[in-house]
Design a protein around this ligand. Structure first.
Ligand code: UGA
Length: 326
């Protein structure tokens, strides 16, 4: 069984690919190694995957259709696909809008189109985001709430992915599942996200920029729980031939809204250092609070997050301490 993982040099992509390879699966990985954040980190993640002989890697941009078709043409047996390649980052989308349409709209379309050519494809799982809930939904967020009022371009492109997937599932019967990730963190994570920025700055004695004066909450989700969830979802494709197209969307979160200031306190405690807090206003495009209702995913695939923030965040911090010494 060959499984495609796009964004294989990314944070979630590397962990998912590693879990699959460790379980004896054959993985075809794709990534463009874009410089949004440290390319050396991405190369180190890839080095881990390259230790497995059943891993094949293509450095290409998914919005480059001909490169994508040429690479996947060599792997007609791909039966499952996990599409994680994207331009991530909520606030960055205000300053670099065209990067988001290129990767998340044109690139996503290329993935849908190439999926039509993969005769053995049974299921395409793709990354959506908690940001699609915008600013005015009741908590916890449920998948049946309105999501047509995004407050950032990033969120708009992720919602566009869900709509495009629905249309392709309807037109071509490709079974697809969108996962709305809720602020995923852990070892080998993303330097642009709060857990990494805060840890790095506290260790360097620099002040920590805290938005909305700290009056924020996030449903922080530990990477191992997310990987387990993705792999469960992967083997549960939506059924074909029913009244609805074979397309589903789920939240994948930790089912707890944690205060940003408590999050900072856990990092301080783990490091044994005190942060200098720089309290800043709310950033445009940001959401004050996220909190995932995960009952549908629990019910359909048995997803159960097992890692509290108290347990998971120190794991990241300790990993970062070692990583930054290398
Ligand atoms: C993250 C990812 O960046 C998105 O790609 C992903 O889709 C999204 O999670 C999601 O799960 O929906 P975000 O929740 O904004 O977005 O994650 P962080 O950048 O780690 O921010 C977490 C919290 O810390 C937010 O409240 C943010 O405003 C705050 N923050 C972030 C700061 O106070 N200071 C910073 O320097 C960075």
């Amino acid at each position: 069984m060959t499984i495609l993982v796009t964004g294989a040099a990314g944070f979630i992509g590397m962990h998912v690919a590693e879990a699959l390879l460790g379980g004896g699966r054959t993985v075809v990985g794709i990534d463009n190694l874009n410089p949004y954040y440290d390319v050396e980190l991405k190369k180190k993640r890839l080095d881990r995957l390259r230790m497995y002989k059943n891993f094949t890697f293509y450095e290409l941009d998914i919005s480059d259709r001909s490169a994508l078709y040429a690479a996947l043409g060599a792997h007609p047996g791909i039966s499952l696909a996990i599409h994680l390649a994207a331009q991530a980052g909520v606030r960055h989308s205000l300053t670099h809008p065209f990067d988001y349409t290129a990767a998340n709209v044109t690139g996503f379309l290329a993935i849908l189109e190439v999926s039509r050519q993969l005769d053995h494809l049974k299921h395409l799982v793709y990354a959506s985001s908690s940001s699609v809930y915008g600013a005015n939904n009741d908590l916890p967020y449920r998948v049946d709430q309105q999501t047509d009022r995004p407050v950032s371009l990033y969120a708009a492109t992720k919602k566009a992915n869900e709509l495009m997937a629905h249309a392709y599932a309807h037109l071509y019967g490709i079974p697809m599942t969108g996962l709305r990730f809720f602020t995923v963190y852990g070892p080998w994570g993303r330097p642009d996200m709060a857990y990494w920025r805060f840890t790095e700055k506290i260790m360097k004695g620099e002040s920590v920029p805290i938005y909305n004066h700290g009056d924020m909450k996030r449903d922080f989700t530990y990477i191992d729980d997310v990987v387990k969830g993705i792999l469960e979802v992967l083997v549960h494709p939506p059924e074909k031939g029913g009244a609805e197209p074979p397309h589903k969307v789920y939240n994948i979160g930790n089912n707890r809204a944690e205060k940003l200031l408590d999050f900072v306190a856990i990092i301080e405690k783990t490091l044994g250092l005190e942060a200098t807090r720089e309290l800043l206003p709310m950033q445009p495009g940001d959401i004050k609070e996220t909190f995932a209702d995960i009952d549908p995913l629990r019910h359909d695939v048995g997803y159960e997050p097992a890692t509290s923030l108290d347990e998971g965040l120190p794991k990241f911090v300790r990993w970062y301490q070692e990583y930054s010494e290398d």
